[in-house]
Write a protein that binds this ligand. Structure first.
Ligand code: FE2
Ligand code: FE2
Length: 511
């Protein structure tokens, strides 16, 4: 029946454009329909309170007094409100958050957080508590951590409006304060990386909410005894939000398998078993990974990518080298080259294998998927040129298949993965230069980046040419600084040594 009505509407010539787009949105984001239907049901249960109970008698535990009369018009109003919320959501996600809108984990999390907030709203009402206690900033903080600030702002605004409208003019104050406190929570800290950031954001939200409550109270000419307790409730709501967010975060992380900054901070800790294993088995690779992390982090800051994700991705990108560390130049440290004894074809197979073996180790150590992707994408589908040319020399180019010397991919498809790919190539190559001049370093870095670009390795990554140039300049600045210091070091040492007796004399002054 419903399908027939939709088919009729779709065929209706007067309104095809808007309906087709709206229906397309709803089809693309099918998860939205159940989420918002759930929201509508919770909403109606909480605020319209129908006498749907068996025998038409509400049980005793249903403490809340009806606010919205239960009749056809009010139900129609609620459905209209929820429909508008669906429209706002689908349009916002389609236009501004296409990646989030295709990620069911994040969508279900948004739905769960929204409904839980409604649940708390209902609970507070049941207990006749102040609506200013409403922990809406907790929803804002969780959505900022798990999704992003825009989704956090839009979602909390929708929750606040849906929650407040049912209460008519009396709901307006809590709606404004809830939205203001949520905005303050989202903007209080630029990046939430640890529990202290959540605590600070909660406190800022509480203080901002209290200030807003006071200002609204003053404007409406109410006595301070009327709005004062609400202001205190707003502070308690903000601080309570931080406590709630800290407590619930690990469970949501486990439930939805989303990598948060908290998890990334944990993975960046050098005491992590897998990092310690890398240091023990392949110290050269460990050092290389740290340098790639430093280069990548600076570049990510410069182009607005996630610096922490880049750093962690860089730390783990070469974990596959722990299987056969001595086949990689950074771990040979004066030992004979293991590749001298085998054919270029076999050498290429061994080198290629570090990606596949890295994925196996990542699975064994339960690395999150967002970090594991750096293992598979850091070489893209590039060719192991050194062994390819060696094979061409030995067997003749006509007998060598270039594809056999290529990594399996996939290519990077986020800014962060592309940055690690470029930082990895630059670090590995610049390290092999002996006493390079700044010009040589610049030439090498630009050549490497242009090669990746021309080979299409960056074709799937959302980086602009301007951003690639910024990345190149950031790498240059860091690498040249590193080598400049090393080159200058002997002169500086001589100067320091000549000055030493004077300093010693100063140092030996009594005091
Ligand atoms: Fe690698
Ligand atoms: Fe690497």
């Amino acid at each position: 029946m419903a399908n027939r009505i939709i088919a009729r509407l779709k065929a209706f010539p007067a309104a095809p454009a808007w309906f087709t787009r709206w229906w397309g949105d709803l089809n693309t984001h099918q998860w939205l329909a159940p989420s918002f239907t759930g929201l509508a049901i919770v909403y109606m249960l909480v605020d319209i309170r129908p006498n749907w109970w068996p025998g038409g008698v509400r049980p005793d535990w249903w403490l809340v007094e009806p606010v919205v009369p239960f009749n056809f018009i009010s139900v129609l109003g609620v459905m209209g409100l929820v429909g508008m919320a669906i429209h706002l959501y689908t349009t916002c996600l389609r236009l501004h958050e296409p990646v989030v809108s295709k990620d069911p984990r994040r969508i279900y999390l948004i739905a769960l957080v929204s409904m839980a907030t409604f649940g708390i709203f209902w609970l507070l009402e049941s207990l006749h508590a102040s609506p200013y206690l409403m922990p809406l900033p907790a929803a804002a903080l969780l959505l900022k951590v798990f999704v992003n600030p825009l989704v956090a702002i839009v979602t909390t605004a929708v929750i606040a409006v849906l929650g407040g409208v049912a209460h008519g003019s009396s709901g307006l104050g809590p709606v404004i304060v809830g939205m203001g406190a949520s905005l303050a929570a989202v903007f209080a800290v630029p990046r939430i990386r640890q529990r202290a950031d959540l605590a600070r954001a909660g406190l800022v939200a509480g203080l901002f909410g209290a200030a807003l409550t006071s200002v609204i109270g003053m404007i409406s000419g109410g006595h301070p005894m009327l709005w004062g307790p609400h202001a205190l409730s707003a502070i308690a709501g903000g601080v309570g939000s931080a406590i709630l967010a800290v407590g619930i975060l690990p469970y949501l992380e486990g439930l939805f398998g989303i990598t948060t900054t908290f998890k990334l901070m944990e993975l960046a800790n050098p005491s992590q078993p897998l990092l310690r294993y890398l240091l023990m088995k392949a110290p050269g690779t460990y050092h290389h990974s740290i340098l790639v992390g430093n280069l990548g982090e600076a570049a990510a800051e410069a182009v607005g990518a996630d610096p922490l994700l880049v750093r962690v991705g860089a730390y783990y990108h070469d974990i596959g080298k722990t299987k056969r560390p001595y086949f990689f130049i950074e771990n040979q440290m004066g030992m004979e080259n293991a590749h001298d004894k085998i054919s270029p074809h076999l050498s290429a197979l061994v080198i290629q294998a570090h990606v596949k073996e890295g994925l196996e180790i990542a699975k064994e150590y339960s690395l999150p998927p967002d970090v594991t992707r750096f293992v598979s994408t850091h070489h893209g589908k590039s060719c192991i040129a050194y062994f390819y040319h060696q094979a061409c020399e030995v067997d003749g180019p006509e007998h060598v298949e270039e594809d056999h010397f290529k990594y399996p991919g996939p290519r990077p498809n986020t800014k962060e993965e592309a940055i690690v790919m470029l930082a990895d190539a630059c670090e590995a190559t610049v390290r092999t230069l002996k006493n390079p001049t700044p010009e040589q370093i610049e030439q090498t870095i630009r050549r490497l980046i242009n090669k990746r670009l021309n080979d299409g390795e960056l074709a799937e990554a959302p980086l602009t040419l301007a951003e690639i140039e910024i990345i190149a300049q950031t790498f240059l600045k860091i690498v040249q600084g590193l080598y400049h210091q090393r080159i200058e070091y002997p002169d500086q040492l001589m100067k320091d040594l000549k000055r030493e007796p004077k300093e010693k004399k100063l140092g030996s002054l009594p005091g």
